[in-house]
Design a protein around this ligand. Structure first.
Ligand SMILES: [Mn+2]
Length: 336
C-alpha cells in the first residue's frame, strides 16, 4: 500500500500507510537539515522511505550568528512543492509565536525578531506564514505510534481540550482579536503595551519585534493584536501548554505518565489504539531516551548532546509496532 495521509481533523492527521522518516528540532541548523533532507531523498529514491516528517522547531538557533532558519523553511516549501503531503511539518513552539506576532525569548536570547526581519526582507512573509498556519499538531499512525512537537500537557486530561486542539484555528483566534481591537481605544492599548515594555516607544517595538517601520503598514497594530490574541481564554490554557510542555521535568514522572496516557487515549478515539508517542523538544544525551515507558524522546540535532549524536528514525505507518524498544532500534545517524 503506498503512502496514505488522511486529514482526520485540521490539526490531527492520520498516516495510514508508508514508511515515515522522523526528524526533530533542527533550530536553524542548515548543515543538519541538508543532511536529513538528502538522506530522505536517497531513501525515497531507493524505495525505503515515503514520507519525511519534521516534528517542529525548524527555526530559531541559539547562536544568532549561525541561524539559517528562513533558508530551511523555504527549502521545506520547495520540498513540499515536489513531494506534496509526503513532506510533513508539525507546528513547534518556535513556529507558533510568528503566527500571532508575539515574541519568544529564553533568558537573554530573544528568538523572534531576527526571523521577522528575514521574513520582511525576503518578501515571502505570506508564503511562510500560510505554511505555519497550516501545520498540524498531531500525527497518528496505524502502527500505534503518534507524533507531536513537545509531548503531553496536563490540560489534555480536561475532556474539552483534545477536540479544541484537534480542531484549532489560529485564524479564528486572530479574527476574534481583530474584532476586539475594533472596539478598543487603540492609543490607550498602545500606551499600555509601551508601559509593559519599559516605555520603549511603540514604533520602535513594532520595528524590533515585527520588522514593521511604517505606521501606515497594515501590520503596524499586530503587536496589539497578538497581545489580545494571547489573552484569548484558550490560548494560554490549552494551546500554549500543548506546544510548550516540559513533560516529566514540569509535572514529575508519575503525573506525566497520566497526562501521556490521556493524550494517547484522545489520539486513539475511533482509531487504532495509540500506545507510543514520539516527540523532541527537550534536550537528551545521545539523541534518544524513553520517558514514562510510552514516550520516545528523539533529538536529531540541536537537542542531542553533542549534536552529532542526533538521530532520525524510519518506521512503517501500517505495521503495528508493539515494543518501544523495537522503535529505538530503528534510529540512525546522518553524522557518522
Ligand atoms: Mn520545542
Amino acid at each position: 500500500m503506498p503512502y496514505t495521509l488522511v486529514e482526520s481533523y485540521p490539526r490531527l492527521w492520520s498516516l495510514e500507510a508508508g514508511r515515515i522518516m522522523v526528524v526533530t528540532d533542527l533550530h536553524g541548523d542548515w548543515d543538519a537539515y541538508s543532511r536529513y533532507r538528502d538522506r530522505f531523498l536517497f531513501l525515497q529514491a531507493q524505495g525505503l522511505a515515503d514520507c519525511l516528517l519534521f516534528t517542529g522547531d525548524l527555526i530559531h538557533a541559539d547562536d544568532p550568528d549561525n541561524d539559517d532558519s528562513l533558508e530551511i523553511v523555504l527549502d521545506v516549501i520547495a520540498l513540499r512543492r515536489a513531494f506534496g503531503d509526503a513532506v510533513i511539518y508539525l507546528c513547534g513552539n518556535h513556529e507558533l509565536p510568528h503566527i500571532y506576532g508575539i515574541s519568544l525569548s529564553r533568558g537573554e536570547r530573544v528568538y523572534t525578531p531576527a526571523f521577522e526581519k528575514s521574513l520582511t526582507r525576503s518578501g515571502l512573509r505570506a508564503e511562510v506564514l500560510a505554511l505555519f498556519d497550516s501545520l498540524p499538531f498531531y500525527i497518528r499512525t496505524r502502527a500505534g505510534i503518534s507524533l507531536t512537537h513537545a509531548g503531553a500537557a496536563s490540560v489534555i486530561s480536561v475532556p474539552s481540550a483534545p477536540p479544541k486542539l484537534f480542531n484549532w484555528s489560529h485564524q479564528e483566534i486572530l479574527a476574534w482579536a481583530d474584532r476586539t481591537l475594533v472596539g478598543e481605544d487603540t492609543e490607550a492599548l498602545r500606551r499600555g503595551f509601551v508601559e509593559r515594555n519599559n516605555q520603549v516607544p511603540y514604533h520602535l517595538l513594532a520595528n524590533y519585534y515585527l520588522a514593521v517601520s511604517d505606521p501606515a503598514d497594515p501590520r503596524y497594530n499586530d503587536l496589539l493584536r497578538g497581545f489580545i490574541a494571547s489573552n484569548h481564554p484558550d490560548f494560554f490554557r490549552v494551546l500554549w501548554p500543548a506546544l510548550f510542555t516540559r513533560n516529566e521535568a514540569e509535572y514529575g514522572s508519575g503525573d506525566y505518565r497520566i497526562f501521556l496516557e490521556a493524550l494517547l487515549q484522545a489520539l486513539s478515539a475511533d482509531y487504532t489504539p495509540q500506545h507510543t508517542l514520539i516527540a523532541g523538544h527537550m534536550a537528551v544525551r545521545k539523541g534518544h531516551k524513553i520517558v514514562a515507558g510510552q514516550h520516545l524522546r528523539l533529538a536529531s540535532g540541536a537537542h542531542a548532546h553533542p549534536r552529532e549524536e542526533g538521530l532520525y528514525l524510519v518506521f512503517d505507518a501500517a505495521r503495528p509496532i508493539k515494543d518501544i524498544h523495537d522503535l529505538t532500534r530503528r534510529a540512525s545517524s546522518v553524522f557518522k
